[in-house]
Write a protein that binds this ligand. Structure first.
Ligand code: ADP
Ligand code: MG
Length: 275
């Protein structure tokens, strides 16, 4: 039996394709035969909306917030029925506005960085991959995701990529790795919304590959910009269901292969991999 790989999709910058990549990589992994849980770790709940719950504040009583409060208060509240089975083969642990209160409660919680990890540990054995869609911040919620994760994928638009932002993110990841989660790896930087018509994007990507490429992978796959990607989330579908023959679906299928290859590599290098 494979062990479950948990991947945090992180960038403190908004609008870079975190949620879109979580949905499409998640569905890509599920289509490749994996059991997948997507976690909406953002009180703005775009992931929950993207997967078809149009009004999470009204429609959902049990969410990730319920699960995290149960952990914080150390009270066994049943929350597993919060998990929504999506028609495209992924499970979702959804969020709504209640999650915005959780971050405050975390400050006084015991082991406040470990709450999400404890939540996910309860369901981990049912999945091959858990993808955490992080909020646009490097606050305590994101630190919880980094503590729960085995690895990180950093989506970024080429023209949104700032060295300052990337350095800050990498410093946060290194700190979590040193202090709490030594096994945390960076799977790579994923270039999103790449405009093939401008060569400016290609210049930025080439310069990124030559500067950080030695220490941090930049995925071979680049996600092209296409209105189809935005339209798909508007109707609560992945790009595979919405425009299966399009270039964005092809790109996310390629990314899925790269991610599965990385998981295989790290499985092989695990000390207990002789199974
Ligand atoms: P984040 O989660 O980082 O804030 P989103 O995934 O929500 O970013 O994406 C930001 C916006 O860009 C959304 O409106 C989304 O539909 C759109 N978008 C995402 N990927 C693409 C793409 N490949 N091409 C065009 N638009 C995209
Ligand atoms: Mg988002």
């Amino acid at each position: 039996m494979n062990h479950c790989k948990t991947i945090a999709i992180v960038n403190q910058k908004g609008g870079v394709g975190k949620t879109t990549s979580t949905v499409n990589l998640g569905v890509g992994l599920a289509k490749a035969g994996n059991r997948v849980l997507l976690v909406d770790d953002d009180p703005q709940n775009s992931l929950t909306i993207c997967l078809g719950t149009s009004n999470p504040d009204n429609d959902l009583d049990t969410t990730l917030a319920t699960a995290m409060y149960a952990e914080i208060q150390d009270e066994p509240v049943p929350w597993e029925d919060a998990i929504i089975h999506n028609s495209e083969g992924v499970d979702l642990l959804p969020a709504n506005i209640e999650l915005s209160g959780v971050e405050l409660s975390l400050f006084n919680a015991m082991s406040r960085e470990q709450v999400l990890k404890s939540v996910l540990n309860r369901v981990k054995d049912r999945y091959d991959y858990i993808l955490i869609d992080c909020m646009t911040s490097l606050g305590l919620m994101t630190v919880n995701a980094l503590v729960a994760a085995d690895s990180v994928i950093i989506p970024s638009q080429p023209n949104f990529l700032s060295t300052k932002g990337l350095n800050l993110l990498i410093r946060t990841i290194s700190r979590v790795r040193r202090q709490i989660n030594p096994r945390l790896k960076i799977d790579g930087i994923l270039m999103t919304m790449v405009d093939s018509r401008t060569n400016n994007a290609q210049k930025i990507i080439a310069s990124l590959r030559s500067t950080v490429g030695g220490s941090i992978r930049v995925f071979d796959t680049e996600i092209p910009r296409s209105v189809r990607a935005a339209e798909a989330s508007g109707v609560g579908k992945s790009i595979f269901a919405f425009d299966s023959k399009g270039k964005v679906a092809q790109a996310y299928a390629n990314l899925t292969k790269e991610v599965m290859e990385l998981a295989k590599e790290s499985d092989r290098s695990r000390p207990d991999s002789a199974r």
